[in-house]
Design a protein around this ligand. Sequence first.
Ligand code: ZN
Ligand code: ZN
Length: 162
Amino acid sequence: MAQNEDPYWRLRPPPPTPSDDICSCSGSPPIMLQAHLSSNPISCITCNLEVPPERIGFSEPLCEWLAYWQQFHDCFFLLWLDSGEFESWAKAQLEDPESPVNKQGLELVSDLNSLRRAYYWLFQDTDVKDFQPLSRCPVCQGELSEQHGRNTCEQCSIVIGD
Ligand SMILES: [Zn+2]
Ligand SMILES: [Zn+2]
């Protein structure tokens, strides 16, 4: 049944990711750990679409940790989206590379890097007055370089911005 025919679709289990939203790049482009309120937080750095886990081939413990981290990250993201009393706290957690959710994400990326070149997509709130994109890596303060059309810190495996 199409989603718009079922008034309760938001309470149903989510359908599989549509094939249009799955990476079809050739070769093995680098991946990004990037939570987006779906069950798989692995995106392609080139097309930004979801990379199915079987294309990378994770161990079961790594898969479990990724699934846990995805939900952990969503907690902060939802508090930020909710725009209530926890908004600024949640935003600070999402932007601070030293916060528990980002530290775990960076550790996960270091594990993923043994399987395929992987980066951590670091959240930045772009919807603020006088927004300035980061020009240096917030972890090592090194200069960012352009890779695959994105600003990255190669040393820390971090992607900044869209
Ligand atoms: Zn792709
Ligand atoms: Zn760095």
